[in-house]
Design a protein around this ligand. Structure first.
Ligand SMILES: [Zn+2]
Length: 136
């Protein structure tokens, strides 16, 4: 039985909320590096944050539940631009062509490509990097 990291977190509250969601659905999972990152947050970038580890046979179910949970949450957040409840999360992969850019990305992001995440309102097409402070 192998465990696969499917998400990383900077704080234990978000990590444990999603852990509880998966455990309630009967998914075998745990959080790796929770105590190390909580005791010494400066180690978080080096360790890649605390990681939600899921048993490989539950991978598809876990990803489905987390994505469904993210969508339901976003439906409760109004667009800061037009006020509609039509936000969606967008992920774009940025691939580098030059080897020096790949090495820089490997050092900064831990992988050769960069994954850029942001939010977009499907009503007004406004985009923003973070959810409004009053929501979180
Ligand atoms: Zn909008």
């Amino acid at each position: 039985m192998d465990f696969i990291p499917i998400r990383a977190y900077d704080n234990y509250i978000s990590a444990n909320l999603e852990l509880a969601l998966l455990q309630d659905a009967g998914i075998n999972c745990y959080i790796k590096d929770e105590y190390t990152v909580t005791i010494d947050p400066l180690l978080s970038p080096a360790l890649g944050g605390m990681k939600l580890m899921v048993e490989d046979s539950y991978l598809a179910a876990a990803l489905y539940l987390l994505q469904k949970s993210d969508k339901l949450f976003l439906q409760t957040v109004p667009c800061p631009h037009c006020g509609q409840f039509t936000l969606e999360q967008v992920e774009e992969e940025i691939h580098y062509n030059r080897w020096i850019d790949k090495i820089k990305s490997l050092i900064v992001n831990g992988q050769e490509k960069k994954v850029q995440k942001y939010y977009r309102c499907s009503a007004c097409q406004h985009t923003f990097g973070e959810l409004p402070d009053s929501i979180v």
